[in-house]
Design a protein. Structure first.
Length: 483
């Protein structure tokens, strides 16, 4: 993944970077001379911060790259570094990358912004701006905090992806990053189950996490993610991408390592004790089988999926294994937690009858507990990304939001069919199948809008909306031979 954005004024960049380095040195010297070891140790990290700022100033590509990597672990880092608003650093990185990119816009790259998905993203962003004036909500701070993951990150990520991830090598690198972090996350989750938790993770459980992560005395692994649900779905996503790469046009040795990655991520998915990941794998595989148009594997593939479904739905084999039991409950329409969710949705539906624009952004779930502790919604968890969007933005907002999803669902297929390079096509099909799997899983969990999947989905959707960008006809044997 090589940077391709060029600075208009490299001399200006050098001046700014040099100034930052000088300011950092003076600050560190002053604090350390004052003898405050605690602050001094914190200031010692300033060179890393300045280095990051310098990279983003020199090329916004590094800001987008950092955003992807950082999304995987910053929530887990909060368990070790208490009190620092690490989430706000994402805002800073994206803003700096966006600002840096604005100074590099010219007629050759502005035309890349003529993209349907970007248009739907802008419409959604404008709608969420209007929600700041929703009379049902009266706390602007709640809106500011909640709108970030809802639309503010997207309105920056989508154009940055269009401008900076414009080569096949970017597509290749993006998938490798997901699989790489998937392996690391799976190993950490396995460690939590089989070796034990560290004191910081235990502290997080004791502060409230135990309610949902220790069920019947059995720990649900959460790795370095926000919770077991996000961990499990992310592992399923990484596992699905690994499997798609193993089935792609790669060398035997490469296929072997992708199969290893698939197995590792599947094990990680199992340690989460989450049910949502099942739908990522299921819908991802069905999508792949339908798009790949290989009838030799279509019938065996569909047959295998049906066998697994029958095994989970109509038998009790393996129920002594906690992970298998938890996955099986995802297919039970009478499962207790599902019935509670449906009951809550009935109450929310009644509440929204007279609120077409919703209750306001930041009025549900954890934000409701923080900013609206006495509201009607504080005791009605949404338990779903799309229910959350619906409750906060109303049926009007949900319709606007659905435009972007519908655009990618339709145009993703149209664009993928135009791609000729078999490797690019396989990777884009993998992203498309994973995207549909995450959308489906988000009906039961709010995973779509949480890190790291929030970043991964908006980048994936942008890539799918401009799939032909990642085609490389010159590498096709027939074209290379002049046929």
């Amino acid at each position: 993944m090589r940077p391709n954005a060029k600075a208009i004024n490299p001399q200006g960049n050098t001046f700014v970077i040099s100034g930052l380095l000088v300011m950092t040195g003076i600050t560190m010297a002053g604090v350390l001379a004052a003898g405050d070891i605690g602050i001094g140790s914190l200031v010692a990290f300033l060179p890393v911060l300045v280095g990051l700022i310098a990279l983003i100033i020199s090329n916004p590509y590094f800001g987008l790259l950092f955003y992807i990597h950082y999304s995987f672990f910053f929530i887990g880092l909060n368990r070790y570094v208490v009190g620092l608003p690490l989430g706000l650093s994402i805002d800073a990185v994206l803003f700096l990358a966006t600002l840096s990119m604005l100074f590099r816009l010219h007629k050759d790259n502005i035309r890349k912004l003529n993209n349907g998905f970007l248009i739907t993203t802008v419409l959604w962003f404008i709608y969420t701006l209007g929600e700041a004036f929703n009379p049902e909500a009266g706390n602007l701070a709640a809106w500011v905090y909640a709108v970030r993951g809802l639309s503010f990150y997207a309105i920056q990520t989508v154009p940055l992806t269009l401008l900076l991830f414009d080569k096949k090598e970017h597509l290749d690198g993006f998938i490798k990053i997901i699989i790489g972090w998937g392996i690391i996350g799976a190993i950490w989750g396995w460690k939590q189950i089989n070796i034990g938790l560290d004191p910081f993770e235990n502290g997080w459980l004791e502060s409230g996490g135990k309610i949902t992560h220790v069920l019947g005395g059995q720990l649900r692994a959460f790795s370095f993610f926000s919770d077991a649900g996000q961990f499990g779905v992310t592992m399923a996503y990484a596992a699905f991408l690994s499997l798609m790469m193993a089935l792609g046009p790669n060398k035997a040795a490469t296929k072997f390592w992708y199969i290893v990655a698939f197995i590792v991520c599947i094990i990680g998915m199992g340690t989460s004790g989450s049910r949502g990941p099942v739908f990522v794998i299921f819908f991802g595989l069905v999508t792949y089988l339908l798009l790949v148009k290989n009838y030799k594997i279509l019938v065996p593939g569909i047959s295998f999926i049906l066998i697994v479904f029958v095994f989970l739905k109509f038998t009790f084999i393996g129920n002594s294994n906690y992970q298998v039991y938890r996955i099986r409950t995802a297919l039970d329409p009478n499962e207790a937690s599902l019935l509670v969710r449906l009951s809550n949705q009935d109450k929310l539906r009644e509440y929204l009858k007279t609120r077409p624009f919703g209750a306001g952004i930041g009025t549900t779930d954890s934000w409701a507990l923080r900013f609206y502790p006495n509201s009607y919604l504080v005791n009605l968890p949404t338990d779903s990304w799309f229910v959350k969007v619906w409750v906060e933005n109303g049926v009007v907002g949900l319709s606007v939001y659905a435009l972007g999803l519908a655009f990618v669902i339709v145009m993703g297929v149209v664009n993928i069919r135009k791609v000729k390079n078999p490797d690019s096509k396989q990777k884009l099909i993998a992203l498309y199948g994973g995207f549909l799997g995450i959308v489906t899983a988000s009906f039961g969990n709010p995973v779509f809008g949480q890190a790291p999947l929030g970043a991964l989905m908006y980048i994936s959707m942008t890539m799918l909306s401009t799939a032909e960008t990642y085609d490389e006809p010159e590498k096709i044997p027939e074209l290379a031979n002049g046929k």
